[in-house]
Design a protein around this ligand. Structure first.
Ligand code: SF4
Length: 352
């Protein structure tokens, strides 16, 4: 109880005023939690406002075009989150008459909803004592209580979850969960926190044993996949030819120019010798200007991309491609990488 008695008043004094903290509407809480997965609050805030402006209710989200949903998500990454939101909104509208489930286990059954989001919605909206467990919470608990178990292992996760089940304030679970997350985000931060100003200075294991940098323990190393993208830019009278990425891969259902993927950066001759080039293009089509090599980092992948302008004597006919006027390009969802390139060429007018 001492823990909860200290962290809740700390939260009430230090909390950031955020719009999702002023509502108990499960739809709004759900949107905020999904946006904030893998995203900082300052980065997620405008997305939250724009999303709810476009789709103020679950029914509005359900009837939206997928392109519109993905467009509003553009730049946030992890686009499967947006696709899952859209699918789930449709399911809730058709199968549950538009009513968001109130039971933790029913919430957990929704597509894309894991234990973290289900616990957040259950505790914030319905006052149910399900503890949230995210990176911030692991950090706080491991440091204060000196828990050295691996947060990437199922056994380690269970130890943290059991600990939180004891610590949670069952009368104010929503407030307790918010306090834990905010304390990890503002006070017990990764790296070197300001322990001298911390309310747990006297009790904190990590501070008193000088092991702050050793906690939490994790075994998983993020392995980064390196990929090389050669994009073929085809233009025609201020229109671009783009295709939809349909495969199960990054950026699914987003738009991009024709792509030839390779295992290294290719020069002009090498690209024109690839099987993909020969399948796509007939003779008389050549590569003209090449952009610089863009380096685009995602959590698990680093992409080196170069954009080539295609020059053709006649029209290029490839069934996957859609001709999109430059004035309409902003209606199509695309990755930050493609957006940056298109913005650059629009400014420099260099696609000639
Ligand atoms: S004393 Fe330092 S390490 Fe311990 S909880 Fe406070 S900020 Fe975190």
């Amino acid at each position: 109880m001492w823990f909860s008695n200290q962290i809740i008043p700390w939260y009430q004094k230090n909390l950031r005023k955020l719009p999702w903290r002023e509502t108990k509407d499960p739809y709004k809480i759900w949107i905020s939690e999904v946006i904030l997965q893998q995203t900082r609050v300052d980065q997620g805030l405008p997305y939250y406002h724009n999303f709810l402006k476009a789709f103020p209710t679950i029914q509005k989200l359900a009837i939206a075009e997928e392109n519109q949903v993905l467009k509003l998500w553009q730049g946030l990454g992890y686009y499967s989150r947006a696709r899952n939101l859209h699918t789930t909104a449709k399911q809730i509208t058709t199968k549950r008459n538009g009513h968001f489930p109130t039971d933790y286990h029913d919430i957990l059954k929704l597509k894309g909803v894991g234990t973290y989001t289900a616990a957040a919605i259950s505790s914030f909206c319905y006052g149910k004592p399900y503890p949230v467990l995210d990176g911030n919470v692991y950090r706080v608990i491991s440091r204060v209580f000196g828990i050295y178990d691996d947060i990437d292992s199922p056994a380690g996760k269970k130890i943290f979850s059991d600990k939180l089940s004891i610590l949670i304030n069952v009368k104010q679970p929503g407030l307790f969960n918010q306090a834990m997350m905010e304390f990890g985000a503002l006070q017990c931060v990764p790296g070197i926190p300001n322990c001298n100003k911390c309310i747990f200075k006297a009790q904190c294991h990590a501070y008193n044993k000088n092991v702050i940098n050793q906690l939490p323990k994790r075994s998983k190393k993020v392995s980064i996949r390196i990929r090389y993208f050669n994009y073929m830019m085809i233009n025609d009278n201020n229109s671009f030819f783009l295709q939809k990425r349909t495969k199960k891969d990054i950026w699914q259902n987003l738009y991009e120019p024709l792509l030839i993927e390779s295992d290294k950066v290719l020069n002009r001759k090498e690209i024109m010798s690839t099987k993909e080039w020969m399948r796509l293009f007939s003779k008389g089509i050549v590569l003209k200007n090449a952009s610089k090599v863009y380096c685009h980092k995602l959590t698990h992948q680093t992409i080196f991309a170069r954009f080539w302008v295609i020059k053709s004597k006649g029209p290029v006919k490839i069934k996957e491609l859609r001709k999109i006027k430059q004035s309409e390009i902003k209606n199509y969802p695309m990755s930050k990488l493609i957006e940056t390139y298109i913005d650059n060429i629009s400014v420099n007018n260099c696609l000639k």
